[in-house]
Design a protein around this ligand. Structure first.
Ligand code: 13P
Length: 251
């Protein structure tokens, strides 16, 4: 019922030429993907050229962040409508690296998500606990406050353009994936939380991605979990072969 969703977050990697080369290599490899929505998120400077390179393919384009104002004296920021203008259909919001290094809060996630939806983008809203929070048995409390804060004020109808990504911070870039059961447990918690706040139909339709050291050899086990609907892939999305292997997990 929920279309699988595999997204590659390229973070701060790749020039324009390298980005275009990667999607050019990727496109034929994922042409056989089986009913999977495939998204790549290059750095801002590559977006427009990658948009041209993926025209006519099944690959969609995301930015890694956005601002909440449409325009104005906000040096260095990029508005959602400009991402749309550059060819994006999606935007990642509230990634743990933005929370950790750039002062992102649940409040800014909330404003950015509202602005992204208003501009017609799909928002991929990220949540996830740190190792200290997990070890302190605060995982569910942290996820709950990030999610309720980030998605405060939204209506059921907004959820057709919201995707949630659960990325435990301790699993990002560490090679330590959450076990299938650990990930499923949090995904189920998120779905139950969304059921309570926004209703059963909204929760049933919401895609919840797992992120954190997803690789070709662990994607199948994760995707077999009932509440894991996709993956947000970092390191393994930087090579066409490994990202294609992940995106074709069900072929
Ligand atoms: P890795 O796949 O490199 O662990 O990164 C995950 C991530 O942060 C995706 O947004």
């Amino acid at each position: 019922m929920r279309k699988p969703f595999i997204a590659g977050n390229w973070k701060l990697f790749k020039t324009i030429a390298e980005s275009v080369a990667l999607v050019t290599e990727l496109a034929p490899l994922v042409a056989t993907a089986n009913g999977v929505e495939i998204v790549v998120a290059p750095v801002f400077t590559s977006l427009s050229c990658v948009a041209d390179a993926i025209a006519g393919t099944e690959i969609k384009l995301a930015a890694q962040d956005c601002y909440w104002e449409e325009e104005g004296a906000f040096t260095g920021e990029v508005a959602p409508r400009l991402l749309k203008d550059a060819g994006c259909s999606h935007v990642i919001i509230g990634h743990s690296e933005r929370r950790q290094y750039f002062g992102e809060t649940d409040g800014t996630v909330n404003k950015k998500t509202a602005a992204a939806l208003a501009a017609g983008l799909v928002a991929i809203v990220c949540v996830g606990e740190t190792l200290a929070e997990r070890e302190g048995e605060r995982t569910f409390a942290v996820i709950e406050s990030q999610l309720l804060g980030g998605l405060a004020g939204f209506a059921e109808a907004d959820f057709s353009r919201i995707v949630v990504a659960y990325e435990p911070v301790w699993a990002i870039g560490t090679g330590k994936t959450a076990s299938d059961a650990q990930a499923q447990e949090v995904h189920l918690f998120i779905r139950e939380l969304v059921t309570r706040q926004f209703g059963q139909a909204t929760a049933d339709g919401l895609r919840i991605l797992y992120g954190g050291s997803v690789k070709p050899d662990n994607v199948k086990g994760l995707m077999a979990q009932p509440d894991i609907d996709g993956a947000l892939v970092g390191g393994a999305s930087l090579k066409a072969e490994s990202f294609a292997a992940i995106a074709t997990f069900n072929v």
